[in-house]
Ligand binder design. Structure first.
Ligand code: FAD
Length: 379
């Protein structure tokens, strides 16, 4: 059943209706096939871009939709309820364009933002390295200043959209320590940049995740975003918004699992009655519904703070923690509600469960979210 949303404007209602239409007509018919064959849905992102769904919260002056973040996140939730891999890709695209939008100069924005925001160019975010995941400041990929620009050498890992993106928002070392990291905008066809084979993942099969290798790749100096040494500040600022995207994706997954479980529990009978009428199962479904509602409430609270221009880092970490833990629990319980068939690929709940797991890991594991929250509680 469609979620009854409290939205700030008629335009937002229209956007949700458009997204549901796209989810039903464009995503639903192809999701199972692509997740099974692990193939990338070519052309899909151009269609989402043409519908304006790749740049909803960005300012209209640069070609964005000018929508409140809370509206963008609810659109993302609707996409995730149909196809989490696509919602993650949309969220990562938004994460990748944030540094240019928030820290780039006007000339850089004029040159690159319109194509990014129209979805003409798909973005990737390249912070992690084999030895630097949670501890992002341990990154080693080097950007050495030369007369011609920056010479990039090193490897990056776990890049969503790796090998497929048109641009990579790269964090590389220009000096020592946490103030020695800088942010760059790398074109996908830069000579000296190559990609590894797609990782064989538990879920999100349709969108590739790869490593990237830089071998004396020369980047022109005008591709530095912000100031030299400002990279980690830029990376974490982008992640505050990105974490909200992941919280919304997790909520969409949990909602989809709940819907499927409720439908099944109203149809399946055991011991002479519908299984939802057995209190043990009805209460399980009630707890699942409460968890989905709490997940949505936490991301909306953080998004509304962001829209109001007040600090929201703590709330973003709370939302990421609450929503992704809820998604893991609700999707696992949905498999339980379906019994034996829940464990087969005949129903989508097993996919939701596999997909929920990653939301607890990327863009800062939930242990790291607790670190951020605890730091905010320390006087
Ligand atoms: C499918 C997928 C897509 C991804 N996409 C991207 C992407 O697009 N761009 C990108 O840059 N990265 C991406 N990542 C990387 C992701 O953000 C990292 O995997 C994540 O941040 C965790 O880092 P790690 O894997 O190195 O784990 P580690 O940092 O090695 O952590 C291992 C474990 O130790 C725990 N831990 C670490 N430090 C602490 C601490 N101080 N206190 C308590 N516990 C701690 C962690 O919570 C975790 O449980 C992706 C990863 C995956 C799997």
């Amino acid at each position: 059943m469609p979620v009854d949303r409290l939205l700030p404007s008629q335009e937002a209602h229209d956007l949700i209706a458009l997204t549901r239409d796209i989810a039903d007509k464009l995503l639903d018919p192809i999701v199972d096939e692509h997740e099974k064959s692990e193939t990338y849905p070519d052309g899909l992102f151009a269609q989402l871009g043409a519908a304006g769904l790749l740049s909803l919260p960005q300012p209209e002056e640069w070609g964005g939709g000018g929508q409140p973040f809370e509206v963008y996140l609810q659109v993302l939730e609707e996409i995730a309820a149909q196809w989490a891999a696509v919602a993650v890709a949309v969220s990562v695209h938004s994460l990748s364009s944030h540094p240019l939008l928030a820290f780039g100069d006007d000339d850089q924005k004029r040159r690159w933002l319109p194509d990014m925001l129209s979805g003409e160019q798909i973005g990737a975010y390249s912070l992690s390295e084999p030895q630097a995941g949670s501890d992002a400041a341990a990154l080693r990929c080097a950007a050495s200043r030369t007369d011609d620009g920056y010479l990039i050498n090193g490897s990056k890992s776990w890049i969503t959209h790796g090998g497929r993106a048109d641009f990579y928002t790269l964090f590389a070392r220009t000096g020592d320590g946490s103030r020695g990291v800088s942010c760059f905008l790398v074109p996908g066809d830069l000579p000296g940049l190559s990609f590894g084979k797609p990782e064989e993942k538990m879920g999100l099969h349709a969108v590739p995740t790869t490593s990237a290798y830089y071998d004396n790749a020369l980047l022109s100096a005008d591709r530095l975003i912000g100031a030299e040494g400002q990279g980690l500040q830029i990376a974490f600022s982008a992640l505050d918004s990105g974490r909200l995207g992941i919280a919304a994706v997790a909520t969409g997954l949990a909602q989809a699992a709940l819907d499927e479980a409720v439908k099944y529990a109203n149809e399946r009978t055991a011991f002479g009655r519908k299984i939802i009428d057995h209190q043990g199962l009805g209460f399980l479904l009630a707890d699942m519904a409460a968890a989905v509602a709490s997940a949505r409430a936490t991301y909306l609270d953080a998004a509304r703070r962001r829209d109001a221009g007040i600090p929201y880092s703590q709330q973003a970490s709370v939302a990421k923690l609450v929503a992704t833990d809820a998604a893991m629990k609700v999707t696992t319980d949905a498999v339980q509600v379906l019994g034996g068939v829940g464990y087969t690929r005949d129903f989508r709940v097993e996919r939701y469960m596999r997909e929920a797991k990653i939301t607890q890991i990327f863009e800062g594991t939930n242990q790291i979210q607790r670190l951020v929250i605890a730091r905010g509680l320390t006087s």
